[in-house]
Design a protein around this ligand. Sequence first.
Ligand code: DOR
Ligand code: ZN
Length: 348
Amino acid sequence: MDQLTIARPDDWHLHLRDGEALRAVVLHTAQRFGRAVVMPNLKPPVTTVAAALAYRSRIHAALPPDCTFNPLMALYLTDNTPVEEVDLAADTAGVIGFKYYPAGATTNSDAGVTDLARVYPVLERMEERGVPFLVHGEVTDGDVDVFDRERVFIERTAAALVRRFPRLRLIFEHATTLDAVQFVRAQGAQVAATLTPQHLLNNRTDMFRGGLRPHLYCLPVLKRERDREALLDAATSGSPKFFLGTDSAPHAKHLKEHSCGCAGVYSAHAGIELYAEAFDSVGKLDRLEGFASHFGADYYGLPRNTSSITLRRNAVAVPASFPFAGGELVPYRAGESLAWELVTGGCA
Ligand code: DOR
Ligand code: ZN
């Protein structure tokens, strides 16, 4: 198969930033995806429906006027989120749910939740109202090895969470381990997971191949080859519990190539092409449409997109960098090539 037409996909986990950085990256996503769940870890974090709607307007303003791209906003859960905000979120189109960052887990997560017990009343209301809970599934304890943080989160936190809130709609964001795949598979249909392109295409050894490669560093960090295989198996299995979420997370080049480099892989420029490559690598291109265009919409109870995109097998060069808010942004595969090309997109 050298050409593939699928229903327009959606990106269920994306970082767009704000201001000049937003304007530098948003078109990459809008050309490929009908909708995206936009993460709230700005400075300051997007903690209220009002702030999310203002941010959503800035995203729309950064796009060409005829562009139909639909940003769906995640709110940043804090220790102090009032229960009433859940009701407001449930009643607001354009707001999709709440994002849980354990305090200190990653970029701009300082305002995150310090102890989940503090937000039990909020989670109870989310369960009642069917509001999705988007989870960064890592513990942050300094004594837990960085490669074990997802597994330990499942043991210490996630297992108890699904027992306490059995109807809570929980998305295990950017799952990176075999443990997470097994956990999600063992739960009912209310628990799902998003998977990033880098975790389907790379393992942790790739991060050190021939030297330290900061542009492959993200959180949760890349794991072992057996984890990558389990994720790719889940993505291509046809199970509706696993769907596309790039976690594309732009950082300026000088902050990635730094003595204390930021976590985040920028993949929006190839946000569907990379998944085509991953699915093709195991002969499962026929499963791409479900994963990329159907299962996420179905999970969130939203209509599937009616327009389509076409991809063609063709080596396309990736630039060494893109302009980015007065600096540069180094994309995934910079200076190398992609195996698939987007022929018809949107928002030209
Ligand atoms: O690698 C990451 N980058 N992981 C996250 O959880 C946050 C993201 C970012 O915002 O840069
Ligand atoms: Zn993210």
